[in-house]
Design a protein around this ligand. Structure first.
Ligand code: B12
Ligand code: SF4
Length: 443
């Protein structure tokens, strides 16, 4: 069948406000993975970048009429949900009989209302590759959707959810993301992670064994599943050799997680000489690095590490269950910079146990820890997290607020302690003042 996958246009002002100019179209890796799987499964895939057309409704309509898809796929995280719903409604109006399939975190959680409101015909839960192919095969032959694991759909007006599909265990067996369908010069990596251009994203592992209270990444499970160094470096070789990319950015919540895994990847990069051709950046935890591993990472081409420090206050750190100490965070930053790797610090302002004093400690920590760039975002209690449950139970969270402020622009919740919501906005002004861009031209 012919599947049309759409990256829905989410106006940058709705996710980044005053920082909109930093948001350029970024590689849609979820869609690229689903596209790769569908192609490998024998289906034709067309990708429509609604972002490039800045949501122009006439271009969407022209594309739908030209492509005449048998199925349309959309990908909804919470901040992009409204945009996906708008696009879904247009697809429904223009091509009423064509099934709309929606995946990703927001669809996974709110599948019931999405189906009942007619915003999708099928919601894909969890990891999408195997399910997308089975679903396409089933739709093509007019088979029984009830036989496809890991989906929800409406039958006679009732929501039916099929049994959960087990996660893919052999990560090397996944087809590559279909980057060949996406223009190499059509996207840019987030400014703080951009070292060399063109760059794209790479996924080295899925799942996370930690349980931070603010984290909504449960969609890929608790058990971490890892690709082999060989498979990863094969992909980097392809991205560089055939598609011309000069940088890859890991999308994993944590990469590497162990020294063994990190060393194996670094050795393979050096063995194939790719360390001299491609730079890479990654996000990991401060308690997963040590000086020897960091030296090896630099040698293998790693130029920036993003650490989720989150806060500069020990009490808040404990309350969000990060399970490391501020001292360890300082050490990791020092070791990384000593190895020659720039440090990007992620911080959240306004977590449930924050107070004005604790927020000040976070800003102090960011200023004094010797990191290269600090990114402050206003904490958002995403659906599906412990913090969402906590704040909803508290009466401190209105759904209307979540709808308005879900993208780290403004607080959507009341803090149990004495901080005012306005306190949560100030630190973003510090961001560029105290932390110039890591490299000239990066921002
Ligand atoms: C890479 C990434 C991006 C990339 C690509 C996103 C994409 N959609 O492909 C870019 C840079 C574009 C991006 C942008 C944003 N992101 Co982002 N991103 C990530 C990141 C780091 C990795 C995601 C990843 O590894 N994907 C790999 C693929 C394989 O997994 P997946 O995305 O879950 O997709 C699978 C399934 O969900 C499913 N699936 C997904 N979509 C579909 C569609 C169909 C049709 C089917 C069948 C299946 C399916 O199948 C896929 C393959 O298995 C995550 C954090 C993390 N470490 O996971 C944040 C994260 C997903 N992003 C987040 C946010 C907030 C944003 C932005 C709003 C940031 C901003 N302020 O602009 C924007 C919104 C994007 C938009 N569309 O408007 C939040 C979402 C929070 C939430 N609960 O909703 C996360 C969780 C980070 C965080 N902790 O805050 N992001
Ligand atoms: S924030 Fe990172 S370390 Fe914590 S649970 Fe989420 S993915 Fe894991």
């Amino acid at each position: 069948m012919k599947a049309l996958l759409i990256d829905a246009y989410n106006p940058p002002s709705s996710t980044a406000g005053a920082y909109s100019s930093f948001l350029e179209p970024m590689p849609p890796i979820a869609i690229a993975y689903v596209a790769g799987a569908l192609e490998a499964g024998g289906h034709e895939v067309v990708f429509y970048d609604q972002v490039a057309d800045r949501g122009d409704p006439s271009r969407l309509e022209a594309t739908l009429r030209r492509v005449k898809p048998d199925m349309v796929g959309l990908s909804a995280v919470t901040p992009s949900a409204a945009a996906n719903f708008r696009t879904a409604a247009s697809v429904r109006r223009i091509l009423p009989g064509v099934p709309i399939v929606m995946g990703n975190i927001h669809a996974d959680i709110f599948y019931r209302s999405i189906l009942e409101r007619g915003l999708a015909d099928v919601v894909v839960h969890g990891e999408g590759e195997v399910t997308a192919v089975e679903l396409a095969n089933t739709l093509e032959r007019g088979g029984d959707l009830g036989q496809v694991q890991g989906i929800s759909f409406l039958r006679d007006g009732e929501v039916v959810r099929t049994p959960t599909r087990p996660f893919v265990q052999d990560m090397d067996s996944l087809p590559r993301p279909a980057w060949h369908l996406f223009p190499t010069d059509g996207y840019r990596i987030f400014a703080f992670a951009r070292v060399r251009e063109p760059g794209t994203l790479i996924n080295g592992s899925r799942g996370c064994p930690y349980a931070c209270t603010f984290c909504s990444l449960k969609i890929m499970g608790h058990k971490r599943r890892v690709r082999s160094a060989r498979s990863l470096v094969d992909e980097i070789e392809w991205l560089h050799g055939e598609l011309g990319y000069q940088q890859v950015s890991f999308t994993d919540p944590i990469f590497p997680i162990t020294r063994k895994e990190g060393m194996a990847f670094c050795e393979e990069m050096v063995r194939r000489g790719l360390h001299e051709k491609v730079v890479w950046v990654t996000e990991t935890r401060v308690d997963n690095v040590d000086p020897e591993l960091l030296d090896a990472m630099y040698e293998a081409g790693c130029r920036r590490i993003m650490y989720g420090f989150e806060t500069g206050d020990e009490h808040v750190l404990d309350s969000i269950k990060k399970n490391f100490s501020l001292e360890r965070a300082r050490e990791a930053a020092r070791w990384s910079r000593k190895a020659g790797i720039q440090v990007i610090g992620f911080f959240m302002i306004g977590m449930p146990h924050d107070t004005p004093e604790r927020i000040k400690s976070t800003i102090d920590f960011a200023c004094k820890t010797g990191i290269d760039f600090a990114k402050f975002t206003v904490f958002v209690p995403y659906p599906g997290t412990d913090d969402y449950a906590l704040l909803s139970g508290h009466g401190g969270l209105g759904r209307d607020r979540l709808r308005r402020g879900r993208s780290h622009l403004g607080a959507v919740h009341e803090l149990p302690d004495e901080a005012e919501r306005s306190d949560l906005h100030r630190p973003s002004a510090h961001e560029r003042a105290t932390h110039p861009a890591p490299e000239a031209g990066a921002l």
